[in-house]
Design a protein around this ligand. Structure first.
Ligand SMILES: *Cc1c(COP(=O)(O)O)cnc(C)c1O
Length: 459
């Protein structure tokens, strides 16, 4: 018998006969002695299986499939710290190319001149913090110049992702979340007047509402803010949270004006690691021009003897995600992104038709016109005898992760289900999901014993 604390001296010993694999892994303190990497690797790999299968995770917007070349580039970039512009000047150059490509894609005035204003971030959340801060500083500067109070800034938005709640709390801004009207899935232009005032640092419109996957009407929201300015003089900038839609609309909805084509749009954020198809850990923040980004937020570092402006909450950050974002741009091109997302949208709409035919559901979003996704609700939740949570549980038994959750405040009595179709999810997989849904519904209709705590979602 080995002493369990002693690593296997003989490298030929089978992994599952090694000392480390003979007992539960240490969980509260570090082991005294080292172990062979292949043993530790295999044991952790087994443990990670409990996380579920990413390909069946239909809840996440984030990248779950990658080309082999992406994995190899990530490996090559393991040592690249994006903050060290001097040590890794080419990674910095690639970041700047990505910013310029996005500025071009989103029609910034800099289009093509190489002077786009923006940066990579860890995700849309960090980008939201930076863009929110820019709004706050610009508002403060305007107010101070006019000799007015700067005590009570507010940000007006619809059913935003939690990152905006974080921004508001961390940076002391009142978040004015406009309630979602019955029948609507996001902020409506006519609602703005009741919420925007002289202390509004900006309005956030969402291209791809997290709950339902629809787009908020950006151009109409901007037009309403134009009318309000004409009437009252209040000039309120618009920020677009395009976390997901920023990489869909430029390829599938080219006629939709949601970006810097609209003069009121001051800044845009997007998640490279969602429909950008880069691996987890990259987002993008872009500003219309230099004037939209107060200089006080930018730190200047020496860069190969020159000046390199930097803007980020963290200092060290991995460079591989940015390099692989550039790989995806080069590898797919506009046409490649379009083809991938047209296929995803077709598959989402296909699922939408199946779901509509199943009987008990009403579609909230059928996959047409916004993100490649579908969302639905029970048409008559009180009469079916089971809940969407029960259906999620049934599907989970086959490995599918299909989330059920209530809509945001004011429509929270409505529970919905949502499926996202991403790069890597194919038609056959969705066909298998639809079959499993029909089977689960039949099973639930036949009267599985009720779980009292789950039945009847009430507030
Ligand atoms: C996902 C998401 C975010 C947060 O993005 P991360 O990249 O996960 O930080 C913000 N807003 C919207 C609309 C999102 O969908």
């Amino acid at each position: 018998m080995h002493n369990a604390q002693e690593p296997a001296a003989d490298p030929a010993v089978d992994i599952f006969a090694s000392p480390l694999s003979e007992r539960p892994l240490p969980k509260r303190s570090m082991p005294e002695l080292p172990s062979p990497p292949p043993v530790v690797f295999q044991l952790l790999r087994n443990e990670l299986l409990l996380d579920g299968n990413a390909a069946q995770n239909l809840a996440t917007f984030c990248t779950t499939w990658a080309d082999d070349e992406v994995r190899r580039l990530m490996d090559l970039c393991l040592d690249k710290n994006i903050v060290d512009k001097d040590e890794y000047p080419q990674t910095a150059e690639i970041e700047s190319r990505c910013v310029n490509i996005l500025a071009d894609l989103w029609h910034a005035p800099s289009e093509g001149d190489g002077n786009a204003v923006g940066c990579s971030t860890t995700g849309s959340s960090e980008a939201a913090m930076l863009c929110g801060l820019a709004l706050k500083w610009r508002w403060r500067d305007r107010r101070q110049a006019a000799g007015l109070s700067t005590d009570r800034p507010n940000l007006v938005c619809g059913p935003v992702q939690v990152c905006w709640e974080k921004f508001a709390r961390y940076f002391d801004v009142e978040l004015r979340q406009v309630p979602v009207e019955a029948g609507a899935t996001g902020l409506q232009p006519h609602q703005l007047r009741d919420h925007v005032d002289e202390n509004t640092i900006g309005v956030v419109a969402i291209l791809g509402v997290t709950y339902t996957c629809t787009y908020e009407p950006v151009a109409e929201i901007a037009a309403e803010l134009d009318r309000m300015q004409a009437e009252s003089g209040l000039d309120v900038p618009l920020h677009i949270d395009a976390a997901s839609g920023g990489f869909i609309a430029p390829f599938l909805h080219t006629d939709l004006e949601w970006d810097f084509r609209i003069p009121r749009v001051a800044s845009i954020n997007a998640s490279g690691h969602k429909y950008g198809m880069a691996p987890l850990g990259v987002g993008w923040a872009l500003w219309r021009d230099q004037a939209a980004l107060p200089d006080g937020l930018v730190f200047h570092v020496d860069y190969l003897g020159g000046d390199m402006p930097t803007l980020a909450l963290n200092f060290s950050r991995p460079g591989g995600q940015v390099v692989t974002q550039y790989f995806m741009f080069l590898r797919l091109g506009r046409e490649g992104y379009r083809l991938v997302y047209q296929a995803c949208a077709d598959t989402a709409q296909y699922l939408g038709r199946q779901v509509a035919d199943m009987g008990p559901f009403t579609l909230l979003y059928d996959g047409v016109g916004a993100l490649p996704a579908v969302s639905w609700t029970l048409t008559d939740p009180d009469s079916v005898g089971w809940t969407l949570y029960d259906l999620s549980d049934q599907l989970r038994m086959r490995g599918w992760q299909v989330p059920s959750y209530p809509l945001p405040p004011d429509r929270q009595e409505t529970v919905i289900q949502r499926v996202l179709v991403r790069h890597g999810i194919d038609r056959d997989e969705i066909e298998l999901l639809a079959e499993d849904m029909r089977r689960a519904i039949k099973h639930l209709n036949e009267g599985r014993p009720r779980d009292a705590s789950r039945v009847g979602f009430h507030h």
